[in-house]
Design a protein around this ligand. Structure first.
Ligand SMILES: Nc1ncnc2c1ncn2[C@@H]1O[C@H](COP(=O)(O)OP(=O)(O)O)[C@@H](O)[C@H]1O
Ligand SMILES: [Mg+2]
Length: 267
């Protein structure tokens, strides 16, 4: 099976969880794995230490996003590609995996379209328009570089940075980047390792649902999980067979998710 695994930033705060990395190493013998990572907190931490206070915007639908100006885009790229991705590569190496980290900039892997204006709400709930800055939407994925790495036995680790018009770096959402890569590489499964067991509704884990059912639930799902459900639906519409959302903190988490044990399966 070809699996695109997105490792959430929620799992990367205190380093990469050992059981997850060892499980990835184990499964890489049987399956073809492509990794994508998050890491928003690492970006905020580095920016703050560099004296660049981060601002977060909230959309009318309650979606929170980083306000990314040119300096923030540079810090974002440094933290994601220089710190988070390289730590993952080292953790994988320790588990016996030869991994190579690349971003959407490398080999023009991910092209993004700059968001021109963003609709946001202020503290008093009033709507306003602000400059989109260096935030982008995934426009296309050219998987040539990923295929080249895989064909020579390397596991690709992809950072969520896209290249925009005028060859500028754009901050893109890791969940959406993972789904676009899953579609572009004809993956069988898109797997999200996060810090909860899966999609919870009324306090219970939703174990299996169709993409139609997932779409209907979207308005009632909180931020963070909502992006994963949306990205899952996009992947399924692009031909990926199943999306898995599971806790990356358990033992052998990916092996269990692939067997549909205690996780959310959207198919
Ligand atoms: N209905 C829901 N079911 C599960 N998690 C939810 C739900 N609504 C909101 N969440 C939140 O989504 C979070 C996962 O998303 P996020 O914090 O972005 O993780 P990651 O860093 O892995 O992308 C959970 O920790 C939880 O707080
Ligand atoms: Mg997230």
């Amino acid at each position: 099976m070809k699996i695109v695994l997105k490792i959430g930033g929620s799992l990367l705060k205190g380093g990469v969880p050992g059981p997850l990395v060892r499980d990835v190493a184990l499964l890489s013998g049987r399956h073809s794995l492509i990794l994508v990572h998050g890491g928003g907190d690492v970006v905020t931490d580095l920016a703050t230490r560099l004296g660049k206070e981060q601002r977060f915007l909230v959309s009318p639908g309650g979606i929170r996003s980083r306000y990314t100006d040119r300096e923030t885009a540079e810090i974002y790229t440094m933290a994601m590609t220089g710190k988070v991705a390289k730590n993952l590569v080292l953790a994988l190496r320790e588990a016996g995996v030869r991994a190579v980290s690349v971003s959407g900039l490398d080999g023009s892997l991910i092209l993004g379209r700059r968001k021109k204006k963003l609709v946001v709400v202020d503290e008093r709930g009033r709507k306003m328009l602000v400059e989109g800055g260096y935030t982008g939407k995934v426009e296309s994925v050219d998987a040539t570089l990923i295929d080249a790495l895989r064909s020579t036995g390397y596991m690709p680790v992809v950072s969520p940075v896209a290249v925009g018009e005028g060859s500028i770096p754009l901050n893109i959402d890791g969940d959406r980047a993972a789904s676009a890569i899953a579609v572009a590489t004809d993956a069988d499964a898109l797997a999200f390792a996060t810090d909860v067991d899966g999609l919870m509704m009324e306090g219970k884990l939703v174990e299996a649902l169709s993409s139609e059912e997932a779409k209907k639930l979207l308005p009632r799902v909180g931020f963070g999980m909502q992006k994963k459900v949306m990205a899952s639906v996009e992947a399924l519409e692009g031909g990926v067979r199943e999306a898995l959302i599971f806790s990356g903190r358990s033992d052998a988490p990916l092996s269990r998710a692939v067997e549909h044990a205690r996780c959310t399966v959207i198919s």
